[in-house]
Ligand binder design. Sequence first.
Ligand code: SF4
Length: 470
Amino acid sequence: MRSLVLIGHGSHLNGESAAAVYRYAEMIRARGLYDEVVEGYWKEEPSLRQVLKTTASTDVTVIPMFISEGYFTETVIPREMGLGHQGPVPPEGVARVLGGRTVRYTLPYGVHPSMSDVILARAHEALPDSSPEDTALIVLGHGTTRNENSNKIVYQNAEVLRQSGQFASVHALFLDEDPKVGTWPEMVKAPRVVVVPFFASEGWHTLETIPEDMGLEGAVTTFTDNPHGQQTVYYAKPVGTHSAVADVILHLAEEAAGASTSDGDTERVHGAAWSAFMDRARQGLRFGEVLVQPESGMFELRHALDEGKPGHELQTLVTPEGVRDFTRRDEGGHHRPVHTLRNMPRGWRAVMGEADLVRAVQYLYPAVIEETYAQSCHTLRPTPWATTARRQTGIYARVQKATPEQLEEVAADVCGGCLRTRLWAGEKLPQTFFDGVPGAIPCAEACTFLVAEVREEVAGKRGGGASHSH
Ligand code: SF4
């Protein structure tokens, strides 16, 4: 049995941030090469702290869904996942045995050599008849002064494509460092120019900053009086959203497995947690805001406050992804980065078999079954706030300065709306939904949403209520 874990950044604010990772997970799941494909996030759930315990097997490959190496792939992800590694990841990846699981952590997909094929595919989409006679290629990176690795990969890909001889010239240009994208009319001589953004997703940069800096008016723009004469620019979509990235992910995963041919086993504790959950589900169970009831060999899930409502008054969902997408926002349309906040929308029901029920529950309440089962077995170990705060780096390091009063004020506000009980703050939870107390769900460690709110408080930027300003 093998698990593949895709790690994305996620967002406390933007519900679309995780969409690319969802999409690749679905594409890879459909190929059936792994027993499960699990998603984990820095700012959503399951969090980097939780994601390993949500995997069902003892053989886990973790792929950072980032376009370049840097702070997240080298510092944040390995630290939060407890991989015992910091700094550049070697080409063969990092392998560790953690709590009975063999975990392989790879380089981010963006640095895989086959990304030059993805750049080429994007270039051909934008200009199918490009030619080495008259077409230049610009590989456009973000660039940053913080991490030199982020530009290295853009230069490497530009060099590979230059060597391929398919373009009159190939240029590596950047938004945030020299050579800057705005210098292209002086640098590029060819009359036709294809621009491929080496970006993970469509967003502010690809939709606004790049077109503005280059003077583009759409997918095709002609400039009549550039220093080297008339030039037409063909603007491609970002590499990170190309479907071929799914192949790159699978290459990375297979390379990380190397010569190892043995598959893992079912992870025992994970298996026990879900088997205990299914035992309860077969008898009908309330947990959190959800009600699950057996129904003619299938299961029906709905919001507990919709109990007794006729089915035709509710929207019927039939896939785990449908449940995920319906409950991703609250009834006011706001993104729900913390699923245990008491704001799950009502008005839906899902009818599904056992395998889909498990996946739907994983989307509704990521890591909740595993952590609550551990709490009921007295094996869930809380992480005190001081430890969580000490671990923070970068812009979050300032939470170490939070006074106990500031922490309590923010926690009362944020956690007050959450179903979880703060074990990390010394609260007790003698029973859980496994014992028939629907809202009893443990919180072993302050989530990144709370950490971000505490940071706002320390910075003096937090108003009343969850500020959502990060
Ligand atoms: S830290 Fe607070 S808001 Fe975050 S999961 Fe725990 S109880 Fe909920």
